[in-house]
Design a protein around this ligand. Structure first.
Ligand code: S3P
Length: 434
């Protein structure tokens, strides 16, 4: 098991770019594979999660070539929605996005596929996608009440359109239903309680698929094959968030992040930090398939904040780093309506609460969130990532402001979303020790 050791640093000034967006990278290769020709993808995130998607598609008969050593550029030969049955189970690794979106594609393929995952993915609920996909005519079986992996998808060439009222705001559920619906007959609609990230809708539209949004309802028409086009992936706002939060609450520090995705359904962390008093300037450089821009941060004192309701889906992956920002802010930070965090790569409510306590922070845990009493000096501690990349990175950032050494155990999980993070944090520490 690999470890990262972190110490306090002095105020810093940095200009950075971050690797490609994870959500958009998964979609880029999946939708290119569904398309009617050759697509080149640039800015791809060559992390373990996204490489699991590449390997899964290869196992389904798709030709994918990497065009550079860093594996950020690749060429995908679309199969017009006609995949081949794999030779054996497909390993989705740690990646919920791979498993859930692929299930939507496989629901409409006339063969059976087994999808497996690592220990963490094998504990995650797949009932949320099994329910609508079964209503559409596929057969989805898994383990126990929550239909956990290994998952078997028996697809059908005769997918039926549905109007699905999703009980949760989940882009993975929405995408699975839309991907099945696009390959079926008639108009399929998904309504979510509040809007989750809309990368699927944007990218399918860019690939000339007919789809409309009315309020929180997205509708797609069947019998469609995406048109092959080149796809450019912006930097990942969820990766940038670690450095933005590290800077925002650190008087005297400055940061510029360039070429980062600024999709409104993803920038909730910036809005939350601004509400906490952070000095953040956002600039939109370009508005293509995905809005892209830069973020400038000037460090200062932060105040606690209350976050809940429709804000949650816009910062769902950033709650661990928001909680760390809350611990460093003055006053209380309250996070509510975030029960979904309990079924992420780890139970992020209990993992965050436990690790903050190890660093000397008072935290009260709720079923759907937590209350953090900020302002006390953080104490260096041994942190257990529990195999969760966002926990490992959030607490490495906390260690930059703590007294004494912080050790992040199980840091190898960072490779699932942010290869390079461990080197970058070590570089920051060796450039500026306090
Ligand atoms: C993702 C959606 C989110 C997010 C995950 C990636 C996606 O999950 O937590 O990291 O790419 O669609 P839900 O929308 O299911 O909450």
């Amino acid at each position: 098991m690999s470890e990262i050791k972190v110490r306090a640093v002095e105020p810093f000034s940095a200009e950075i770019t971050v690797p490609g967006d994870k959500s958009i990278s998964h979609r880029s290769v999946m939708f290119a594979a569904l398309s009617n020709g050759v697509c080149e993808v640039n800015g791809f995130l060559a992390s373990e999660d996204c490489l699991a998607t590449v390997n899964a598609l290869r196992a389904l008969g798709v030709n994918i070539d990497f065009l550079n050593e860093e594996r950020t550029s690749l060429r995908v030969q679309g199969v017009r929605g006609q995949f081949s049955a794999p030779n054996g189970p497909i390993d989705c690794g740690n990646s919920g996005t791979t498993m859930r979106l692929l299930s939507g594609i496989l629901a409409a393929q006339p063969f059976s596929t087994q999808l497996t995952g690592d220990e963490s993915l094998s504990r995650r609920p797949m009932r949320r996608i099994a329910t609508p996909l079964e209503q559409m005519g596929a057969k989805v079986t898994g383990q126990g009440e929550q239909i956990m992996p290994p998952l078997t998808i028996q697809g059908t060439a005769d997918i039926q359109a549905i109007d699905y009222d999703s009980p949760i705001a989940s882009a993975q559920v929405k995408s699975a239903v839309l991907l099945a619906g696009m390959q079926g007959k008639g108009k399929t609609s998904v309504t979510e309680p509040s809007l989750s990230r809309d990368h699927t809708e944007r990218m399918l539209k860019y690939l000339l698929v007919k789809l409309v949004r009315e309020g929180n309802t997205i509708s797609i028409w069947g019998d469609q094959v995406p048109e092959s086009r080149d796809i450019s992936v912006p930097g990942d706002i969820s990766s940038a968030a670690f450095w933005v939060a590290a800077t925002a609450g650190f008087p005297g520090s400055r940061l510029l992040v360039d070429n980062v995705g600024m999709n409104k359904t993803r920038v909730g962390i910036l809005d939350a930090l601004i509400k906490m008093g952070a000095q953040i300037r956002e600039r939109l450089d370009e508005s293509g398939c995905e809005p892209t821009g830069s973020i400038e941060v000037k460090g200062g004192e932060l105040q606690g904040v209350e976050i809940g309701g429709e804000q949650i889906p816009t910062l769902i992956d950033e709650v661990p780093i928001l909680a760390v920002a809350g611990a460093m802010a003055k006053g209380k930070t309250v996070i509510r309506d975030a029960a979904e965090l309990r079924v992420k790569e780890s139970d992020r409510i209990s993992t965050v609460a436990e690790n903050l306590r190890r660093m000397g922070v008072h935290v009260e845990e709720f079923a759907d969130g937590m209350e953090i009493t900020g302002g006390a000096k953080l104490q260096g501690a041994t942190i257990e990532s529990l195999g969760d990349h966002r926990i490992a990175m959030a607490f490495a950032i906390a260690g930059l402001r703590a007294k004494g050494e912080t050790v992040i155990r199980g840091a190898e999980c960072i490779e699932t979303s942010y290869p390079g993070f461990a080197d970058e944090i070590q570089q920051l520490i060796s450039n500026t020790k306090s």
